[in-house]
Write a protein that binds this ligand. Structure first.
Ligand code: GUN
Ligand code: ZN
Length: 426
């Protein structure tokens, strides 16, 4: 039994404030951990008598749950900030050539290591991650994540209609997916997501196979892109003329269920949102990506009206930052463009417990409740001279909002994974 305790200002938003969830804030708080799990989270004055002989480490800053990135592509780490073109052109010009390089295992290992360290540097302790079509790209990521004890969910990308240099077949895609699921099942904090790239890069037969895989493996997720860009949506409508809409394409193959995570969903009608809500599917809202590729402004209010589960995704490399703080800043601006600014506590919820819920992990991460895994981040509201000026004497809401608008990796003083220090700013 290893007990640890941290005394700090604590903040957690384990339930959605938009649904009446309460904000847990302790200006002088105590977080107690045993063997990587939270034992207690509360006011120091209340908890200290319960743990009289504990040695306590004092941390200065705002301690919050580790961030959960619900959509990111590790093979696109080196393609961030690639100029020009909306989705389909950008994929052809920048992304497919970069992903083809993952046929080289040593390249995949090197990028996976940098990628995971960059997540930790940005306070992200859990993520749902696209790999490439190469099965070994998943091995590279999972091996590196296992070493760091991070909660990473990923899977080989299925794309039998992909370009010459980057495609599989119905048979190899399925066999490699099955092999990866059995190779990695139950190891560390890893999870598998069957990952068809999007409707345009898989044949009907491959999409049907995805439905079979999801049905055969009750523990895995289904992760894909949906309704991101108008050109993409027109091409999907062309290929599937009898489908009611883009979501219906996935629905016909059994891909719309409670373990499905759809990135983007920028252009969805009420019918699709209602169907996703009924099915218990989740949306990864990726504001920096949607702005960078000119995809559009996600309608969070419409998704909320239908009660769809939402998480935040950076979507690197279309996304322009690994930082979920910076991503929340852009989510706020997308809301402003729609006349519906995002509340800073709701934003923190979406980047932590909301993301965990979207990935089916709400019992394990996201809220720092007793029994949950002790992944947490120490935010520094005075990380830059400007942040220090802006947050001096500010309310909790003011400090949190300033961190979202002005903060990024510089504001992450420390990142802890399962109670262990995984990153400390020098
Ligand atoms: N749709 C299909 N593939 C991709 C991708 O790699 N990035 C984004 N943003 N959208 C996609
Ligand atoms: Zn993406």
């Amino acid at each position: 039994m290893t007990l640890q305790a941290f005394r700090a200002e604590l903040l957690s938003v384990p339930e959605d404030p938009a649904q009446g969830g309460t904000i847990r804030h302790h200006e002088d708080g105590l977080l107690v951990i045993e063997d990587g799990l939270v034992v207690a989270f509360g006011a120091h004055a209340d908890l200290a008598p319960r743990f009289p002989d504990l040695s306590v480490e004092r941390l200065s800053g705002l301690l919050v749950p580790g961030f959960v990135d619900t959509h990111i592509h590790y093979p696109q780490t080196d393609s961030i900030a690639a100029y020009g073109g909306q989705l389909l052109e950008w994929l052809e010009r920048h992304i497919f050539p970069a992903e083809a390089a993952f046929a080289d295992r040593a390249h995949a290992d090197a990028v996976a290591a940098f990628f995971l360290d960059e997540l930790l540097r940005n306070g992200t302790t859990s993520a749902l991650v696209f790999a490439t079509v190469h099965a070994q790209s998943v091995d590279a990521l999972f091996e590196a994540a296992l070493t760091r004890n991070m909660r990473i969910v990923s899977g080989k990308v299925l794309m039998d209609l992909g370009p010459e240099m980057l495609h599989d077949s119905v048979e190899t895609g399925r066999a490699e997916t099955e092999a990866l699921i059995s190779r990695w099942r139950g190891r560390g904090r890893l999870g598998y997501a069957v990952t068809p790239r999007f409707a345009l890069t898989s044949s009907d037969a491959q999409l049907a196979g995805v439905g079979d895989l999801v049905a055969a493996h009750p523990e895995i997720l289904m992760h894909t892109h949906l309704a991101e860009n108008l050109g993409e949506i027109a091409a999907v409508a062309d290929r599937f003329p009898t489908a009611r809409d883009y979501l219906d394409v996935y629905d016909r193959f059994g891909l719309v269920g409670p373990r499905s995570v759809f990135a983007h969903c920028v252009h969805l009608e009420d019918r699709s949102l209602a169907r996703m809500s009924d099915a218990g599917s989740s949306i990864a809202f990726c504001p920096t990506s949607n702005l960078f590729l000119g995809s559009g402004l996600f309608d969070l209010v419409a998704a909320d009206r239908h009660g769809v589960k939402i998480g935040i995704g950076t979507d690197v490399g279309a996304g322009t930052s690994f930082s979920l703080l910076a991503t929340l800043g852009e989510a706020y601006k997308v809301g402003q463009m729609r006349g519906t600014p995002l509340d800073p506590f709701r934003a923190l919820y979406l980047a932590t417990a909301g993301g965990a819920r979207a990935l089916g992990l709400a019992d394990r991460i996201g809220g720092l409740q007793p029994g949950q895994e002790a992944d947490f981040v120490l935010l520094d509201p005075a990380a830059t001279p400007l942040l220090a000026r802006r947050t001096a004497g500010a309310s909790l809401a003011g400090r949190l909002f300033a961190l979202q608008i002005l903060g990024d990796d510089r504001a992450i003083a420390r990142t802890y994974v399962a109670g262990n220090l995984a990153w400390a700013r020098s």
